[in-house]
Design a protein around this ligand. Structure first.
Ligand SMILES: Cc1cc2nc3c(=O)[nH]c(=O)nc-3n(C[C@H](O)[C@H](O)[C@H](O)COP(=O)(O)O)c2cc1C
Length: 174
C-alpha cells in the first residue's frame, strides 16, 4: 500500500492542501493509495513512547494503516527550521519495526519562508535511514507556499506541479 502522510496536526494547514493535491493526482492516475494525517489525532499520542500501552485509536492506526504501507509520501511543513516536533513524537510512539522498517519514503517540504523545509527533510532523511527506510533522492522544497495556492487553497504553480509528476513517476518505480 502507498500512503500519503501529512505530517502536522495544525488545523487548516497549508501542507494539508499540498497533501490533498497529491491525493487528487494519485486518484487521477488511478494509483491505489490511502491518506493519513496527524490532524485530529488524540494529542496524547504525541507524547507517548513505544513502551506505553496503545489506545484503540493508535492500535488501529498501526495495524490497519501504517503496517500495511510499503511506500510513504511524506508532506511535511517547516516549523522552526525543521519538521514538526509532533511528527517526531508520533514516530517515537509507534512500533517502528512494523510501521517503518524496510519501507520506502518520498519527501516534500512546505514552508512559509524561503527554505522549503530543506533542512527538515534532511533531518527526516537521517532519522528514516536510522529506522531502516530508503528515501528517494528527489525531494521537493515548496517555499513561500501561500504564493502557490489559489483562493480555494489549491496548488496552482505549473512548475511545482511538473516537479510533483516527476517525483511520483520516480517514486512509483523506486
Ligand atoms: C510552530 C511553527 C514554526 C514555524 N517555523 C517556520 C520556519 O522556521 N520557517 C518557515 O519558513 N516557516 C515556518 N513556519 C510557517 C510554516 O512553514 C507555514 O505555516 C507553512 O504554511 C507550513 O506549515 P502548515 O502546514 O502548518 O501551514 C512555522 C509555523 C509554525 C506553526
Amino acid at each position: 500500500m502507498l500512503t500519503i502522510f501529512h505530517g502536522t496536526a495544525r488545523p487548516q494547514s497549508n501542507s494539508r492542501k499540498i497533501a490533498n493535491f497529491y491525493h487528487e493526482l494519485l486518484e487521477e492516475r488511478n494509483v491505489p493509495h490511502q491518506f493519513f494525517t496527524l490532524e485530529g489525532l488524540d494529542k496524547s499520542i504525541f507524547s507517548k513512547t513505544y513502551h506505553d500501552e496503545k489506545s484503540p485509536e493508535q492500535a488501529h492506526i498501526e495495524k490497519d494503516i501504517l503496517a500495511p504501507t510499503k511506500k510513504y509520501i511524506f508532506i511535511v511543513p517547516e516549523y522552526n527550521g525543521s519538521f514538526p516536533g509532533m511528527f517526531k513524537g508520533f514516530i517515537d510512539s509507534t512500533d517502528v519495526k512494523s510501521c517503518f522498517y524496510n519501507k520506502k519514503a518520498c519527501l516534500t517540504g512546505v514552508a512559509e519562508g524561503r527554505a522549503g523545509n530543506l533542512r527538515g527533510m534532511e533531518h527526516l532523511t537521517n532519522i528514516f535511514n536510522h529506522i531502516k527506510m530508503d528515501v528517494l533522492h528527489f525531494k521537493i522544497p515548496i517555499s513561500q507556499v501561500d504564493k502557490h495556492l489559489d483562493e480555494n487553497g489549491k496548488l496552482n504553480d505549473p512548475e511545482i506541479i511538473k516537479l510533483i509528476h516527476i517525483q511520483i513517476d520516480l517514486f512509483l518505480k523506486f
